[in-house]
Design a protein around this ligand. Structure first.
Ligand code: SPV
Ligand code: MG
Length: 533
């Protein structure tokens, strides 16, 4: 009910107010963000946006769909340009009921004949509806409204079709008597003079609206002094969009690239903002049932080696794997597992790594430090149940699920396939308390040693860069981290130093979750190729 009330407030306001055209939910939200207090849902621009003419070609159903999208998106009131009311009095009544249902603040109908033609086209040859019939339509609309504040505005096209001012005044007075809440006096004159004259002779029965499309340069004070209540800027959002779209299309058409356009057009980030993409993340936090109390720290500071070209403008976790950056896949997997509290430690090219809904840390010394230098930056968020993972690891989701389901205090994921032996690539080689088990073997396995120089015959697999601790395990991890960091050059070391430190004090400290493949990391171009970049 509020929208209609707000529209009434604009009409009753002692100063001249203005509303601006919108033709879809996007333009409506841009108008609302600009602080404009109301919308004009224009027949000219709605039809044009739909690829149609402003000749009653757009159906009532089609237009109601757009209005529904607009009123669902913005809170400012909408005055809908209802043309001739979509038929006779009975059609207009259906329209009014459906507008009330959709919280549209009001409708403006004009005294023309269906199918109507836009006021600026062949206007002298247009004809007006009989006054009695139009007054009946107004009364029918007022009787049909289900919201007592709903506004029915009556527009006279008398000046548009070339009638005298007297005829316009006469019609407007009759419409007010029939129950119209406001009248709209339309004019195609280049000056405000005809409408000014109308205002001078107007009885003041109801507020007056005008549409200064042709007399746009009239100063605001002139409208105010004349006693106009509401101005409609009737088509400016669509005209702005058309100009920009033509510029972009012509440029790309001529030059064949969008390279020089970036500063001329809205950023993709801005598109996401208008869509409230962050709101979805907030919503997921609030409403998705399987939210976990676990948090995640993703290490994404290094540039990687052998990836010079692919990382010229981005860190390696932003390299797309089958079209999606590795870090985005990681975030999707974390969300799917219910892990909402995610921190990312950035280093190389932090400006190219700005995912929404995560806490960002920066390791400005990423070039001199190892993984532990990055972990140190995020030390304060390592508490409770926490996953620590490399940002450039892409994996099947069941791996994360199994890791998070482990009942051990500290668990690492180890790939027992030893695929690095054949390819010769470097790996976080590990020795485990036993080789990968048979399918039905439920034994528990523990990490014995991790180092990338372990001899081939001593290796049971490779750590994939995912580690999860909980409770006392997190306390132990932090203690080991602090001990390693306390030594000179400690922050130049890798995660393996902390894991080995943990094993030194307790050989059963680190449980191994064995997998067989189903993951890659972006450590070498060969891996990237494997991921079908
Ligand atoms: C509209 O915006 O559709 C209007 C105003 O009705 S005008 O185009 O001037 O007729
Ligand atoms: Mg119109």
């Amino acid at each position: 009910m509020r929208q209609a009330q707000e529209l009434r407030k604009l009409l009753d306001s002692p100063r001249v107010e203005h509303i601006l055209e919108a033709h879809n939910a996007l333009s409506a939200s841009i108008v609302a963000e600009a602080g404009i207090p109301g919308l004009w849902a224009s027949s000219l621009t709605l039809s044009c946006a739909a690829g149609l003419r402003d000749n009653s070609e757009l159906t009532m159903t089609e237009v109601l769909d757009v209005l529904e999208a607009i009123t669902a998106k913005v809170e400012i009131p909408v005055l809908f340009d209802g043309d001739t009311g979509y038929g006779q009095f009975s059609h207009f009544q259906q329209l009014v009921r459906k507008l009330c249902l959709r919280q549209v603040g009001g409708v403006c109908i004009e005294d023309k004949i269906f199918p109507k033609t836009n006021s600026f086209l062949r206007s002298e040859s247009q004809s007006l509806a009989p006054v009695e019939e139009f007054c009946g339509k107004i009364r029918a609309g007022k009787d049909a409204q289900t919201d007592s504040d709903f506004v029915v505005a009556a527009r006279t096209e008398a000046l548009i079709v070339g009638l005298e001012l007297g005829a316009a005044l006469d019609r407007a007075e009759r419409y007010a008597e029939a129950g119209a809440d406001a009248v709209l006096i339309h004019s195609k004159d280049r000056t405000f003079a005809p409408v000014q004259e109308f205002m001078a002779r107007w009885s003041g029965a109801v507020p007056v609206i005008c549409v200064p499309t042709t007399y746009y340069s009239t100063p605001l004070e002139a409208f105010q002094q004349a006693g106009v209540s509401l101005l409609i800027w009737a088509n400016h959002m669509l005209r702005a969009a058309i100009g920009s779209m033509q510029m972009v299309a012509n440029h790309i058409g001529e030059v064949g690239t969008a390279r020089d356009l970036e500063d001329e057009i809205a950023s993709v980030k801005e598109v996401f903002r208008l869509q409230d993409a962050d709101g979805l993340l907030e919503g997921e936090k609030a409403y998705l049932q399987q939210a976990s109390s676990a948090s995640a720290v993703v290490l994404a500071a290094s540039r990687g080696t052998g990836l010079d070209e692919l990382t010229a403008d981005r860190p390696k976790c932003m390299i797309p794997i089958a079209g999606t950056p590795a870090i985005e896949k990681m975030l999707q997997s974390l969300r799917a597992e219910g892990i909402r509290d995610v921190s990312i430690v950035r280093g190389y090219k932090p400006e190219a790594l700005t995912p929404a809904g995560v806490t960002l840390f920066d390791n400005p010394r990423w070039q001199e430090t190892g993984e532990l230098g990055s972990l140190e930056v995020a030390r304060d968020v390592i508490k409770g149940e926490v996953l620590i993972a490399y940002g450039d690891v892409v994996f099947k989701r069941y791996i994360l699920h199994e890791l998070m389901s482990s009942d051990a205090l500290i668990t690492v994921v180890v790939d027992g396939s030893r695929s690095f032996l054949a390819s010769g690539r470097s790996a976080d080689r590990v020795r485990v308390s036993g080789p990968p088990p048979d399918l039905y073997d439920e034994s528990e396995f523990y990490l014995e040693r991790i180092a990338n120089h372990l001899p081939d015959e001593d290796v049971d697999g490779e750590w994939i860069g995912m580690l999860r601790t909980r409770g006392e395990g997190t306390v132990q991890l932090l203690r080991a981290l602090d001990e390693v960091l306390a030594k000179p050059g400690g922050d130049e070391l890798e995660m393996s130093a902390v894991l080995n430190r943990l094993i030194e004090s307790d050989p059963l400290a680190v449980r191994v979750l064995y997998i067989q493949g189903d993951w890659i990391d972006i450590n070498s171009l060969a891996d990237v190729a494997k991921g079908n970049v």
